[in-house]
Design a protein around this ligand. Structure first.
Ligand code: 6GU
Length: 230
């Protein structure tokens, strides 16, 4: 999979893309992630990518020229399956959407900043808009990193233990059961005995029960969906 990320603040993207699971997936060429500095596409001599909104109001708006030129030049090289714009005024991302995105070959993620982006970019270029929740962030870079992390960890061969991604919270519509590691006695705090019983069926049932319990407590909306689906 190839992911092109367009940003006016590419410095924000370096840490999350270079380490841990995403960093290793890039090094082993399970994913090709290319960051494009939007300013280098601006025809303005100072590299300006934003301007005042028509009709007035606070904040600056990202101008169409650098974005259109950048995406035009990317499209000359390959066809894109999706051009994604992270924005709070969009459907909220969930695991089902992330799962579907892992099937695509080439995607662009366009990070907005300032007050927003010129609507003509959204109308003419963007094919999918996603929010990461009902709160406002200062730009699309962190949401883009969340999207990339969610996708890349599901790509074939990225997570060693093939089962571990399937055990995630949300993959079956429930939150995960608690996990423990050594030592079995830490400062007098023990662990549930079933986990050292060696009885895999009992462990599976315990995890299922805990997952249901936790989901019912903290996410009654997910719990209702799960129960109604059964
Ligand atoms: Cl995708 N972008 C911004 N700027 N804020 C957000 C968001 C996205 N999702 C929730 N808040």
């Amino acid at each position: 999979m190839r992911i092109d990320i367009i940003s006016a603040v590419p410095e924000l993207l370096t840490g999350p893309l270079d380490h841990s699971i995403v960093g290793r997936a890039r090094k082993s060429e399970k994913v090709n992630i290319v960051v494009h500095d939007l300013r280098t596409y601006s025809t303005d001599k100072h590299g300006k990518v934003d301007d005042y909104p028509f009709g007035g109001g606070a904040g600056l708006v990202m101008t169409p020229q650098p974005v259109f030129d950048c995406i035009d030049s990317l499209k000359e090289e390959r066809q894109y399956d999706a051009i994604i714009f992270p924005t709070p005024d969009a459907p909220v991302l969930d695991q089902i959407m992330v799962n579907k995105l892992t099937l695509l070959e080439n995607i662009i993620i366009l990070c907005g900043h300032y007050k927003g982006i010129d609507q003509r970019i959204r109308d003419e270029l963007v094919t999918m808009e996603v929010s990461i929740g009902d709160f406002v962030l200062s730009g699309g870079e962190l949401p883009a990193m969340i999207l990339v992390d969610g996708i890349v960890r599901l790509l074939p061969g990225v997570i060693g233990d093939a089962e571990s991604a399937l055990d995630d919270s949300f993959q079956d519509g429930l939150l995960s059961a608690p996990v423990y590691t050594r030592p079995a006695d830490f400062r007098g705090l023990g662990i549930p005995g079933v986990l050292t019983s060696g009885n895999h069926e009992r462990i599976r049932m315990w995890r299922e029960e805990k997952a249901l319990e936790r989901t019912r407590e903290v996410r009654p909306d997910l719990y209702r969906n799960f129960i109604n689906k059964k």
